[in-house]
Design a protein around this ligand. Structure first.
Ligand code: NI
Length: 176
């Protein structure tokens, strides 16, 4: 396993649509495990393949806390939202591709998702609350969508400006 570098905005790859996975093989499983290692190291609770520069429909997640973390990570291949409940939930989201920026996003609180697991088996599962937010955030990445796209234009612009300012300051500090 290896930690891969995470792509951040404004890299154009984050706006591309990922392609379906056709074969679940050792190479894909190795990528998924690299993604999990990268996610835990970041630290984060979800990661899409595009965030490590690979345009394939693969996401990994682990929303467990404390001792439960790392015990049952999820690898979702070609995930698709089949249905969602009417109730919405608001969550302060962040993203490893827009580090240190956070904003409240409203999404369905319950979603049913179909996917292929790491053994190549077709699965269906309901995700609620934080996991519902998470799986929708990660599936958005596969469509080239970021959480800031769910905000008003003003809020999105403010976050992007703040992020760019932070990057410039970091670059300056590295020179000194
Ligand atoms: Ni993200």
């Amino acid at each position: 396993m290896a930690i891969r570098s995470i792509v951040t905005i404004p890299d154009a790859i984050l706006r591309e649509k990922s392609k379906p996975v056709e074969t679940v093989d050792d190479e894909l499983r190795a990528l998924a495990h690299d993604m999990l290692e990268t996610m835990y190291a970041a630290p984060g609770i979800g990661l899409a393949a595009v965030q490590v520069g690979v345009l394939r429909r693969l996401i990994v997640m682990d929303a467990q806390k404390g001792d439960e973390k790392g015990k049952n990570p999820l690898i979702l291949i070609n995930p698709e939202i089949l249905a969602h409940g009417d109730a919405l939930r608001v969550h302060e989201e962040g993203c490893l591709s827009i580090p240190q920026m956070y904003a409240e996003v409203e999404r369905p609180a319950l979603v049913r998702v179909s996917y292929i697991d790491a053994d190549g088996k077709q699965q269906e599962r309901d995700f609620a609350d934080l996991e519902a937010t998470l799986v929708q955030h990660e599936i958005d990445h596969l469509e080239g969508r970021l959480f800031i796209d769910h905000l008003s234009r003003l809020k999105r612009t403010l976050i992007i400006r703040k992020f760019q300012k932070m990057q410039r300051e970091r670059a300056k500090a590295e020179v000194l």
